[in-house]
Design a protein around this ligand. Sequence first.
Ligand code: HEM
Length: 132
Amino acid sequence: MAGEKPEAEIAYYRLQEVAKHNSEKDMWMVIHERVYDVTPFLGEHPGGDEVLVEQAGGDATESFEDVAHSMDAKDMLKQYYIGEVHPSDRKEGSQNSGSFFKRCCSTCIIPIMGAVLLAVMYRFYMAESRLS
Ligand code: HEM
């Protein structure tokens, strides 16, 4: 599977490079920070060529997700995978960017802070009720 390639084998592309491949003879696009060469898919896409042409050379993540493509469609992406967006061009907070630790921290910090606050309040409450 694409995401399982060892780090050294992964090809990284700058968005500037992806943008050059924007014709019907040579069409790349980005979906979730991954780069796909969809040239062979033109003429085969059940949603038509027009929508692909509109996204040619750009980031098609939003339009791809807006259509709520099936699992089969998501599986098909693998066939066209050629590499990843260069880390310097990734959007902050995107699904595929940042380390696991960074992503986990940003989602876990609020519940953890809430739990700590509750524990402190509980201890304070217990100490008060023992005094009275
Ligand atoms: C390589 C990328 C893409 C693949 C592999 C792909 C695959 C597919 C497949 C298999 C379908 C049939 C329905 C399904 O199984 O979900 C479909 C439908 C469709 N796709 Fe894509 N698609 C891609 C990119 C896009 C993009 C960038 C758009 C932009 C809007 C798009 C728009 C649509 C539309 C409008 C339909 C028709 C939905 C319907 O009739 O219900 N697709 N696509």
